[in-house]
Design a protein around this ligand. Sequence first.
Ligand SMILES: C[S@@+](CC[C@H](N)C(=O)[O-])C[C@H]1O[C@@H](n2cnc3c(N)ncnc32)[C@H](O)[C@@H]1O
Length: 255
Amino acid sequence: MLSVIPEVAERLIIALILTNIMVGKGIKEYFNLPEEYFSHRGPTVDLIEELEEKWFLNNIKINRQDVVLDFACGLGRWTKKLSPRVRKVYSIDISPKPLSSLKKQKLENIKIIIGSDEKLIHFKEYFDKIIFAQGLEFYSSPITLLKKLRYSLKQGGELFISTWTPVLIKDIRGLKLEKDYVIVPRLIDNKKIEVFCKLRTKNEVKNLLQKTGYKKVQVEFLSIDAKSLPMKVKKLFTKKPSGRLNVLVIAKAIK
Ligand SMILES: C[S@@+](CC[C@H](N)C(=O)[O-])C[C@H]1O[C@@H](n2cnc3c(N)ncnc32)[C@H](O)[C@@H]1O
């Protein structure tokens, strides 16, 4: 009887935390825009995705038996990449629109869940790996979420995170970066959307992960030489970029 008390207390604490989910301003509006909008996102996104995919794939040891969580999965970029190589992928996102597009792919071994952190309570020590790609920036205080992700990882399980730095946003024509907001033109009617977006340094990401209690934390910048930027990306800058550009913070944390 006594042995169940810590488990009940743990669940109760998590349930209390879960009642406090906040979704940043503009996020639901932006990510529920029609799919066509995202197919015109521009070459900076392609560039970032390419760099991130290379790093993740070099650093993940994928096993056939793995159960993976793709948290804030969006259109399911990682779900689609990993599902043929693992046992099952759970794909969670707050925005129904990208999820409905993922659903149309009819992948057999995926489970799509609309929601957010609150869903993690059902997955105690469940996942071998968690991918949280380009989603941290939409959380103002991500400690609670990072704790919940840790709760749902198996012992020894691995969390992979990527998050944008300001470099490929601040000098890009058409975008405006204000404190913790990116202001983007909505292509359909050219109205502006203010999207909450908190860009973090390498140390901030490292501190967040260490504070959350991950055993081993590795955080790096992914960078690119400005000279080697594709011409189509260079053309988007208002000022000529130079030197080495740290475009993404990337992290691997082990429970
Ligand atoms: C830039 S997209 C990244 C999508 C995908 N992970 C990728 O890298 O291709 C960010 C995603 O985070 C989701 N998101 C933002 N805040 C969220 C929250 N509180 N809970 C769940 N998903 C969230 C958005 O709906 C959006 O689909």
